[in-house]
Every structure is written in structure tokens, then in C-alpha cells.
Design a binder for this molecule. Structure first.
Ligand code: NAD
Length: 282
């Protein structure tokens, strides 16, 4: 691998580029983004060697690996543009947070050039200036091969992630979206909704936002995430997210009932069980 092109030179695209440089990648890293500011910043920070806001320029870069790193709902459109710009040998993969239908659609557009991926690493910050070179160190990276996936390209994507510290795991695109709908997309939806609750309940005599303590801030840190990115994730994983929201509503209703009925013993049991489970993960 000698020539890598990052499409969407933001936080994740920049982190991927920096991680490669940090792990001894000696080839060239190119960037394409619709926002000229992103390209300029990435170039000034030494994250990319060259960049453009004109997709057809990427022909000149002759990339052998392309990493899609823009919001998930841009992928189809970008893939249609890429289709005739790069040849069959090029490996095209992504860091998108939703797989499911997108994987099959990208396969239809790009043929077996495409391998689906999603690093389970990130922060609430967006923008290339926040890129973190060791973002993927020790983090899971889910690859979602299908029966159409080219084995050589899958190996190449896998070894690239391993090289920058990722721990690769395979899942079907469907299982991926079920799992991350519950463990990632739901908590983000709940965090956004919790802040919204304070907005709605702040009417009248008091501004509730003057009083949040550590608990509220810890819980809602992820509500500082980029709205466009999360709009795309919520809409793209709609079915799984709606099921997860329903599950959450059931749990919240159960808790509400225990409080309303003052079921002291059951409430203690509920809180104990949840605390024990939470302690198991760190
Ligand atoms: P970001 O906002 O920092 O960067 C996105 C970049 O894409 C921006 O520079 C933007 O200008 C560019 N862009 C937008 N539309 C484009 C288009 N049509 N063509 C080319 N470029 C375009 O966002 P991010 O946090 O880097 O997230 C990028 C991707 O990574 C998303 O698909 C997201 O689901 C995935 N992801 C994010 C995280 C995270 O924690 N941030 C974690 C895992 C996966």
C-alpha cells in the first residue's frame, strides 16, 4: 500500500491518516472533502500530503486504498462519483457507524472493491483539528464482509487496521446494526433527549442549565457530538434504533412504576442489579 485517499477529512479521516503516519506508513496520504477549510487545516497540520475539493482530481492521486470518512448518508452519492474514477484493483472501505443496507448498496455501486468497516473508537469532538494519532490503539474494529467481499481486499483492510493498533472482529452488516443500535446509537439518542428535557422543563421561574453537576455532565457529554453525523446515523439505522428506544421506554416505565408505587425492596433490587452489571464492564 503506497497511496491512501481519505474522503471526508474530519476527525475520523484525520485520525486514520495520522495513525498511518505514526505507525511508519511511508507512502502518500491524499484528502478529498467538500469543505475547503478541512483540506487546508489538514494540509497545514501535516495530516495529508495533498488534498482537493474536486472529486475528479482523485484520478491523479491513483490511490490503492480509499477510506470513506464522511457522514454515512453521503456514502452512496460519493460511491456513485467514485465508481468510474478508480479502477477495479482499488480497495474502498469506510469508518461509517452504520452498515446494514449501506454495505449492500455500496457493493452494488462499487462492486467487490468495497469492504465495510467501523472502528469502535471516537469522541464527541468533530473536525480534523481534533484528530488523535493513537485513536485506534487497542480498540475494536468491526469488519462486515458479505459473500461478495473480495478476500484479498478484506485481508488488506484487516492488516491496515491491525497495523494502526485496531483489534479486528467480523460481523454481518445486520448484526452490526442491531448491536450498535443498542450500545451506541441508543445512548446518544437518550443523551440528546435528556438535554432536551432540561430545555423543555426550564420554562418559567428557573433556568435548569445553571445547576447541572458532574452526573449530568458525564451522562450528556456525547450530546456535544456533531448533529449532522448523528442525524445520519439515526436515520440510517432507523429500524434498530426504534426497537432500542422502545426497550429503553419499557425500562424507564418499569423504573417509574417502582418509584410511583414506592416499591422500596424491588427498587433496591433493580438498582443493585443494574449497578453490578455496569461494574462488570470497567
Ligand atoms: P467530522 O464532522 O469530524 O468529519 C466529517 C468530514 O466529512 C468533514 O470534514 C466534512 O466536511 C466532510 N464531508 C461532509 N460531507 C461530505 C461529502 N459529501 N463529501 C466529502 N466530504 C464530506 O465527522 P467524524 O466524527 O470524523 O465522522 C466521520 C465518519 O466516521 C461518520 O461516518 C461517522 O459515522 C464515523 N464514525 C465517527 C466516530 C466518532 O466518534 N466521531 C466514531 C466511529 C465512526
Amino acid at each position: 500500500m503506497e497511496r491512501v485517499l481519505v474522503i471526508g477529512v474530519g476527525f475520523m479521516g484525520g485520525s486514520f491518516a495520522l495513525a498511518l503516519k505514526n505507525h511508519g506508513f511511508k507512502g502518500s496520504i491524499y484528502g478529498y472533502d467538500i469543505n475547503p477549510e478541512s483540506i487546508k487545516k489538514a494540509f497545514d497540520l501535516g495530516i495529508i500530503d495533498e488534498g482537493t475539493t474536486n472529486l475528479s482530481d482523485i484520478k491523479n492521486y491513483e490511490p490503492d486504498l480509499i477510506m470513506l470518512s464522511s457522514p454515512v448518508r453521503t456514502f452512496r452519492y460519493i460511491a456513485k462519483g467514485l465508481k468510474d474514477l478508480v479502477d477495479e484493483e482499488v480497495t474502498i472501505t469506510d469508518q461509517g457507524s452504520v452498515k446494514g443496507n449501506i454495505v449492500y448498496e455500496l457493493e452494488r455501486i462499487l462492486g467487490n472493491r468495497y469492504v465495510g468497516g467501523h472502528p469502535i473508537a471516537g469522541t464527541e469532538k468533530s473536525g480534523v483539528e481534533h484528530s488523535i494519532p493513537n485513536l485506534y490503539e487497542g480498540k475494536k474494529v468491526i469488519l462486515t464482509p458479505t459473500k461478495n467481499t473480495d478476500k484479498e481486499k478484506l485481508k488488506k483492510v484487516e492488516s491496515t487496521w491491525r497495523m494502526i493498533g485496531g483489534i479486528v472482529e467480523y460481523m454481518s452488516p445486520e448484526l452490526h446494526d442491531h448491536v450498535f443500535g443498542v450500545v451506541s446509537h441508543l445512548p446518544h439518542a437518550v443523551a440528546f433527549a435528556l438535554v432536551d428535557t432540561l430545555i423543555r422543563m426550564s420554562t418559567g421561574q428557573v433556568d435548569l442549565f445553571k445547576y447541572p453537576g458532574g452526573g449530568f455532565k458525564d451522562f450528556t457529554r456525547i450530546a456535544k457530538s456533531d448533529p449532522i453525523m448523528w442525524r445520519d446515523i439515526f436515520l440510517e439505522n432507523k429500524e434498530n434504533l426504534l426497537k432500542a428506544i422502545e426497550g429503553f421506554q419499557n425500562s424507564l416505565n418499569y423504573l417509574k412504576e417502582l418509584i410511583k408505587e414506592e416499591k422500596e425492596e424491588e427498587l433496591t433490587g433493580y438498582l443493585r442489579e443494574v449497578k453490578t452489571k455496569r461494574m462488570e464492564i470497567d
